[in-house]
Design a protein around this ligand. Structure first.
Ligand SMILES: *Cc1c(COP(=O)(O)O)cnc(C)c1O
Length: 376
């Protein structure tokens, strides 16, 4: 079965009892048991919910793994993944990760005996030489937020395998339609499903998938033991969204490529970061491991004043955090999403005061370009 057929049908077979074509929403906390020790496999809704299981099945098939686990948010999914580790373990992380992942690592998990190094993962040699004897996880994000840098999933997974460490990829920006890390060798993939998987800016949700049964067993245990599970309605909305993921991602990518090329020619724009452009230093790698370049673009406008002016003038692009919805959004990483990244690190990465990040939606391309042209 090809991707779009899986996205529409796996886990989404018509309801056996009624024939309902969409998966029922099982809004329940518990399940009646026939007699002590005898039940239908459903006991308590933190542990199992049928709507959630169907969505997990669907995501597993889209990512090409053996199992998936849904969580209340992307951060809860990332937290559960890091809890595969124990005190004393070391984690290699990409230095330009999502700010919230950095905050979780530095301000929370480091208090429990995990240590972290933040490195430039664009350079595979750098990843290899940064592995310590106690490195148990290599956690990367590609493309990164907001600098759109790309890391080589296959090569990094191989380094992790040799080191006896888990390789984890935050696949939020690409979605499983554009990039499937498990097929490229990663052990675990995490998503903020709040973004493209949800796709309509109407939910907060996270999910983890793996291609190993032993990791799946641990994740299942963690999902139930720590209990950061989503409600069934979010799972139901994700099932609804999965059906259009491929169509949405194609349009996001098409619109973003047109806009990035247009911005690159604009005299008011100092720099455009988009992996689909030939000028992107890792364009070739992006082409190899992705089936399209997605809807995220960052641009440097040169100063805070200019960023304020342009974002104020935009009419269709709405100033808001988050990304991945049908509607176009714009954000200012320094004051919005990346406030928790230390100044020195931010500047080294290129997250300047003049940087704005566009989440290109699936509106009409001419309207989007007109909006940008007028604001610039
Ligand atoms: C938004 C985001 C997260 C966090 O997910 P939430 O659903 O907001 O908890 C993690 N990683 C990336 C790349 C993100 O964009």
């Amino acid at each position: 079965m090809k991707f779009s057929t899986k996205a529409i049908h796996v886990g989404q077979e018509p309801d056996e009892q009624t024939g309902a074509v969409t998966v029922p929403l099982y809004q329940t906390s518990t399940y009646a048991q026939e007699e002590i020790g005898k039940h239908k496999g459903w006991e308590y809704a933190r542990t199992q919910n049928p709507t959630r299981s169907r969505w997990e099945q669907c995501l597993t098939s889209m990512e090409g793994g053996v199992a998936s686990f849904a969580f209340a948010s992307g951060m809860a999914a990332i937290d559960a993944t890091l809890r595969l580790l124990s005190s004393g373990d070391h984690v290699l992380m990409a230095e330009d990760m999502y700010g919230g992942t950095f905050r979780l690592a530095e301000r929370v998990l480091s208090r429990f005996g995990l240590t972290f190094s933040y490195i430039d993962m664009r350079d595979v040699g750098n990843v290899e030489s940064s592995v310590l004897p106690n490195t148990r996880m290599i956690f990367t994000e590609t493309p990164t937020n907001p600098m759109m840098s790309i890391s080589d999933i296959g090569a990094i997974s191989e380094i992790a395998r040799k080191a006896g460490a888990f390789s984890v990829v935050d696949n939020t920006f690409a979605s499983p339609y554009l990039q499937r890390p498990l097929e490229l060798g990663a052990d675990v993939v995490v998503h903020s499903a709040t973004k493209y998987l949800g796709g309509h800016s109407d939910l907060v949700h996270g999910i983890v998938a793996t291609r190993h049964h032993h990791i799946a067993d641990q994740l299942k245990f963690l999902q139930n033991a720590a209990g950061a599970v989503p409600g069934p309605f979010e799972c139901w909305l994700c099932l609804r969204s999965a059906k259009t993921l491929h169509v949405r991602m194609d349009r996001h990518s098409e619109n973003a490529l047109r806009i990035a090329a247009w911005l690159e020619q604009h005299p008011g724009v100092i720099k455009v970061y988009y992996p689909g452009l030939h000028s992107h230093p890792q364009h070739e790698l992006a082409k190899q491991q992705m089936n399209g370049f997605g809807g995220m673009i960052s641009i440097d406008l040169g100063s805070m004043e200019r960023a304020v002016e342009v974002t104020k003038k935009l009419k269709i692009f709405c100033l808001a955090e988050s990304l991945g919805g049908a509607e176009s959004l714009v954000c200012h990483p320094v004051t919005m999403t990346h406030g928790s990244v230390p100044l020195e690190q931010r500047l080294r990465l290129g997250i300047t005061d003049g940087l704005i990040r566009l989440s290109v939606g699936i509106e009409d391309i001419d309207d989007l370009i007109t909006d940008l042209a007028e604001a610039l």
